[in-house]
Design a protein around this ligand. Structure first.
Ligand SMILES: [Zn+2]
Ligand SMILES: [Zn+2]
Length: 345
C-alpha cells in the first residue's frame, strides 16, 4: 500500500509499504479516505522530534471505513465510517475509567516515532488502530469526511483549550496564534460564552480569517499588549488561549492576561523547559493550564457542535491534494502558504 514516510529533515515521500494486519484482539484496520497534515507534523518534518527514524509512516488526522476488527472490538463494525483520535486510549486503565483518556497508561500517538509508542501513522491507504473501541468514533451520516476529520485532533484540541480556559459568559478572550488550531480556538471560545475574541497573529491572511470568524484582529508586530489593553479597559484579557507552542507566544500570553486571569495553552511545546514568570504570576494571581486534548472524551460534544453548525472548521481548508501529492502539501504548509491541507487517499 501507499503511505507517507519521513525520510529526513524537510523530506517526506510516498512509499510502498506492507499492509498492516490486526495484531491484537482490540485492534481495527481502517481504510483511510481522508487524511490531513497537522501543525505538529511540522515538528517532525523539521527533524525536531527525536525517535522518528527514516521510513516512519507519519500523520495522525484521519477519517475512513473500518475494514476489519479484532475479536474484542464491540462498538464498531466493518463498513462503519469512523474518525480517529490522534492518540490511542485503552478504555480500561485507571485514567481511562475516569475518562482522562489522554493520560491512558497505554497511550500511543500515531506517526510520532519510538518516543510515543512507535505506532505507524495514518497518512496511508490503511492504518492499524489499537484499542479501536475508544480510539475510533462513528461519524454521523450528515457530516462530511472533511468536517469529521477535525474532531480527531485540532478541533478537539481547540475545544479542550477553550474548556480549560474557564471562560465565563461575557469574557474577553485573547487567542494567541491564528493557525489552524487558533482559528478553531476562536470558534470554541464563543461556544463557551466569550463576548469578544481578540485574535493575535502576524500573518495578514490569518488575521483576515480570524476577522471573518468575528474576532478583533491584532497584529503582534504592532504593540499587541497596548492593543489588548485598549480593548479591555486597560486590564488585559480575562482569558488567554495560546495556540502556537513557542517561548515567545507563551511569554506574550502572560503579558496579555489580566489579574486573576487564566492562560490555557494548546500549542505543542517541544522544549524541555521554558522560562516561567513566577513573580508576575504570583503578583497577578494567574492560572496556567497546559495539556494535550482528551479526544475520546470530547468526540460527542465536538461532533454535535459540528452537526449543529455552531463550529465549522472547513473554512480552514485551503488545499485538497491526493496522497501522492503529500510532499508538495508538506512544503506548502511549511512555507505557511496553506492553512489546512487535506489529503484524499
Ligand atoms: Zn496534530
Ligand atoms: Zn487507558
Amino acid at each position: 500500500m501507499k503511505a507517507v514516510t519521513f525520510t529526513g529533515t524537510r523530506q517526506v515521500r510516498v512509499a510502498d509499504v506492507a499492509e498492516p494486519k490486526v495484531q491484537e484482539p482490540h485492534e481495527a484496520i481502517v481504510r483511510i479516505n481522508t487524511a490531513a497534515i497537522c501543525g505538529s507534523d511540522l515538528h517532525l518534518y523539521h527533524g525536531r522530534l527525536t525517535g522518528v527514524e527514516p521510513g516512519t509512516i507519519i500523520g495522525h488526522e484521519y477519517v475512513g471505513i473500518v475494514e476489519e476488527v479484532g475479536s474484542q472490538v464491540s462498538s464498531i463494525r466493518p463498513g462503519d465510517r469512523v474518525v480517529g483520535s490522534f492518540h490511542t486510549a485503552c478504555g480500561h486503565c485507571w485514567y481511562c475509567r475516569q475518562k482522562l483518556y489522554s493520560q491512558c497508561v497505554h497511550c500511543c500517538l500515531f506517526g510520532c516515532g519510538t518516543r510515543f509508542g512507535n505506532l505507524p501513522g495514518t497518512q496511508a491507504e490503511l492504518a492499524r488502530i489499537p484499542h479501536a473501541d475508544f480510539t475510533l468514533h462513528p461519524v454521523p451520516d450528515d457530516l462530511s469526511d472533511e468536517q469529521a476529520l477535525f474532531a480527531g485532533d485540532i478541533l478537539s484540541t481547540a475545544y479542550f483549550c477553550a474548556e480549560r480556559g474557564n471562560i465565563q459568559p461575557g469574557d474577553t478572550v485573547a487567542v494567541v496564534g491564528c493557525g489552524p488550531v487558533g482559528l478553531c480556538v476562536i470558534q470554541c471560545a464563543k461556544v463557551f460564552g466569550a463576548a469578544r475574541v481578540i485574535a493575535l497573529d502576524m500573518v495578514p491572511a490569518r488575521l483576515q480569517m480570524a476577522k471573518d470568524l468575528g474576532a478583533d484582529p491584532v497584529d503582534v508586530g504592532e504593540n499587541p499588549i497596548k492593543a489588548v489593553k485598549a480593548l479591555t479597559g486597560n486590564r488585559g484579557a480575562d482569558v488567554v488561549l495560546e495556540a502556537v507552542g513557542s517561548e515567545a507566544t507563551l511569554k506574550l500570553a502572560f503579558q496579555l492576561a489580566r489579574g486573576f486571569g487564566t492562560i490555557s495553552a494548546a500549542g505543542v511545546f517541544t522544549e524541555e523547559a521554558l522560562p516561567f514568570p513566577a513573580g508576575r504570576s504570583f503578583a497577578k494571581d494567574l492560572t496556567l493550564r497546559v495539556g494535550m486534548a482528551n479526544v475520546p472524551a470530547q468526540f460527542h460534544a465536538v461532533l454535535e457542535l459540528l452537526r449543529a453548525g455552531r463550529i465549522d472548521p472547513t473554512m480552514l481548508i485551503t488545499h485538497t491534494l491526493s496522497l501522492n501529492e503529500a510532499p508538495y502539501g508538506y512544503d506548502l504548509f511549511d512555507r505557511k502558504e496553506a492553512v489546512k491541507v487535506i489529503l484524499k487517499v
